[in-house]
Design a protein around this ligand. Structure first.
Ligand SMILES: Nc1nc2[nH]cc(C(=O)O)c2c(=O)[nH]1
Ligand code: SF4
Ligand SMILES: [Mg+2]
Length: 245
């Protein structure tokens, strides 16, 4: 068994050190690993190279199609763990795509990391964490996808998963918001699944500094009004919409 990773350039796995750009750990130095594949297809997805391979015609804003051969890389767990350990960070963010699709292999990889490495997982909140992985995780950043993502609600919003994450003190919710009208859906999900307001982030959709600032200008008063948090996307300001950052 092995892990299927995203690539930065052909042949290079997307394993890097950076500052966590979003959410509760924003600004924290950390190692990152990006896994390939996703079970959803958000039309504004900024990592479509993890899933929108040639022949996949699910709608995407940029209508890009990626070659699987150059955008996926299969490595064994020990190789992935060694590359992460070499970055010398005490924290690891596992992202994707949807990383929980590879939960069993992730559990084996995490077990090979230096003792004490803290594990943070970015997830779309539709997949149950593998029972061998779950006890190893310090923080879940759960990003349920709203109607504007273009996914059918029955795929994007899995009631028992949302309820389980809402009850898990390790989980933070991070809603990608594109329009002020999206707030109603966030509030409905919060109330339906009893998500704690202080664990909910609103995050502007956008892959450039100007659009993030523009959207945060109207998100800030909405966050204040509803007792929710606001998060920027720090890495976009620092590095732009680039791989491996
Ligand atoms: N620096 C940095 N922070 C991030 N936080 C979440 C990311 C993601 O793509 O899931 C991400 C990312 O790609 N880069
Ligand atoms: S869930 Fe995340 S990785 Fe998957 S399509 Fe949506 S934004 Fe992209
Ligand atoms: Mg990202």
């Amino acid at each position: 068994m092995a892990l299927t990773l995203a690539t930065t350039t052909p042949g290079e796995p997307e394993i890097f050190a950076s500052l966590q750009g979003e959410g509760a750990s924003l600004g924290r130095p950390t190692a990152f690993v990006r896994l390939s594949r996703c079970n959803l297809a958000c039309h504004w997805c900024d990592t479509a190279y993890t899933w929108r391979f040639s022949g996949d015609n699910r709608p995407h804003r940029d209508d890009l199609a990626f070659e699987r051969e150059t955008n996926q890389l299969v490595l064994d767990e020990a190789d992935v763990a060694a590359r992460i350990a070499a970055l010398g960070q005490d924290r690891l963010v596992i992202t994707g795509g949807e990383p929980l699709l590879q939960g069993a292999a992730l559990a084996r990889m995490v077990a090979l990391l230096p003792a004490g490495t803290q594990i943070e997982i970015e997830t779309n909140g539709t997949v149950a964490p593998h029972p061998a992985l779950d006890p190893l995780v310090a923080q879940y950043n759960v990003s349920p996808k709203l109607a504007h993502s273009g996914n059918p609600a029955e795929l994007a919003l899995v009631p028992e998963r949302l309820a389980a994450f809402a009850a898990d003190p390790r989980a933070w919710f991070k809603f990608v918001v594109a329009m002020p009208q999206d707030l109603a859906e966030v509030l409905r999900l919060r109330d339906t699944y009893a998500m704690a307001s202080e664990r909910i982030f609103l995050m502007p959709e956008g892959t450039g500094s100007a659009i993030l600032r523009e959207r945060m200008a109207w998100l800030a008063p909405l966050a204040l009004e509803h007792g929710l948090r606001l998060t920027d996307r720090l890495h976009i300001h620092l590095y732009g919409d680039t791989r491996g950052t």
